[in-house]
Ligand binder design. Structure first.
Ligand SMILES: Cc1ncc(COP(=O)(O)O)c(C=O)c1O
Length: 385
């Protein structure tokens, strides 16, 4: 029903992934599989809604109305089985901004923020750029699978003010299980640690897994949690700068809103709101089809790398796959050099994701199948398998 095989030429659309290759890889001739957006068309019902609104010739100051909020409430209820109220929703231009606003709203200089590397790198700067300290609860990597070191988490939680949770986790692709989330949540409740749960990938769940919003687990956990969601990854809308932060605890919500209002960011982006509402209203079938297609891309990569020494960390969610190159026994700079200069591939460099990122690269599989085939061929000729 949807054509995910279609190749869309993105050149010269001021997009980071293709148009800034020279800047990031020092050459233009790399197949870009790094920045986390998709090479698939944003779905037609969203483009239609934007076009319709664009037809009205005035793009003045705007706000998000009841329909916008209801679309989020219904989507979260249907997809995640989570009951939220309209009033809990706060607009943010993005999730990375929301992490930074949280640091400003809930912590003081020299406070410590817990993170679980290897993790999406803006988690680090959302603490350090504000003079906050990082506490690293490195994920455990055993036999190709990542788990949480709870003993270490509990020790560090005693010293932390806040915790940035990546759920599902980028880059290791875990969908945290209920018992893992309950344990994290209870440790945070016991130690007065505020949880900022970045759930931007919550709709991109692969068959067989179920995402659970940590705030849905108990009233106690909800009371200390700020949940960040967005239509940007789900429907390929990152350029429209629109996301939502769900905060049931009024005191926490007021503090967050105060930061947004102080910075005069609450008005938001007109077309982002239109796109978000259309996606959350009409997007169920599209996301289901997208996830089937992505599962096919993952199968293709898994088969394509079967004869190589590159290990796939089986993703449970997201279109980002974490690849282990450690069996080659070469350092990270050399892996990067081979990928860029021999394979002609632009991936995300593992060490950027912090402790435990060494020896890894992240590949973005949100592209037509023919692109994945080309990427496998490139890896195969550069790494001789
Ligand atoms: C875990 C995670 N959080 C946040 C973002 C970016 O969010 P935004 O573009 O809304 O700032 C990404 C993008 O890759 C991500 O993977």
């Amino acid at each position: 029903m949807y054509d995910f095989d279609k190749i869309v030429d993105r050149d010269s659309t001021a997009n980071i992934k293709y148009d800034l290759r020279e800047k990031f890889f020092e050459k233009k001739d790399v197949l870009p599989m790094w920045v986390a957006d998709m090479d698939f068309e944003t779905p037609i019902f969203i483009r239609k809604a934007i076009k319709e609104r664009a037809e009205h010739p005035i793009y003045g100051y705007t706000y998000r109305d009841e329909n916008y909020s209801n679309s989020i409430v219904n989507w979260v209820k249907n997809r995640q089985g989570w009951d939220i109220e309209k009033d809990w929703i706060v607009y943010s231009p993005g999730i990375v901004p929301a992490l930074n606003f949280s640091t400003m709203a809930y912590t003081n200089p020299n406070d410590s923020i817990l993170v679980q590397p290897p993790v999406y790198f803006p988690f680090f700067t959302a603490a350090t750029d504000h003079g906050r300290k990082l506490l690293s609860n490195q994920l455990k990597y055993d036999d190709g699978r990542y788990t949480i070191d709870f003993e270490d988490f509990e020790q560090k939680a005693k010293k932390a003010t806040m915790f940035f949770l990546s759920s599902p986790h980028n880059p290791v692709g875990r969908v945290w299980k209920k018992e893992e989330l309950v344990r994290l949540g209870e440790i945070c409740v016991d130690n007065n640690v505020i949880i900022i749960s970045d759930e931007i990938h919550n709709d991109l769940i692969l068959p067989g897994y179920k995402h659970i919003p940590i705030a849905s687990l108990s009233k106690e956990i909800a009371d200390i949690t700020v949940t960040c969601i967005a239509p940007s990854k789900t429907f390929n809308l990152a350029g429209l700068a629109t996301s939502s932060v769900i905060i049931s605890n009024e005191e926490l919500r007021n503090k967050f809103e105060k930061v947004i209002n102080t910075l005069h960011l609450s008005l938001g982006n007109l077309f982002g709101a239109v796109a978000s509402e259309a996606g959350y209203t009409y997007g169920h079938n599209w996301v289901d089809e997208l996830m089937k297609y992505l599962a096919g891309n993952i199968d293709l990569l898994r088969n394509g790398l079967a004869e190589s020494k590159i290990k796939i960390i089986e993703p449970e969610a997201t279109y980002l796959v974490w690849l282990d190159f450690k069996d080659y026994n070469i350092d990270d700079e050399e892996i990067k050099n081979i990928l860029i200069n021999k394979a002609g591939l632009g991936l995300s460099h593992g060490p950027m994701f912090g402790d435990g990122g060494e020896g890894f690269q992240r590949i973005n599989l949100a592209a037509p199948r023919s692109t994945i085939t080309t990427a496998i061929d490139k890896l195969s000729s550069a790494f001789n398998f």
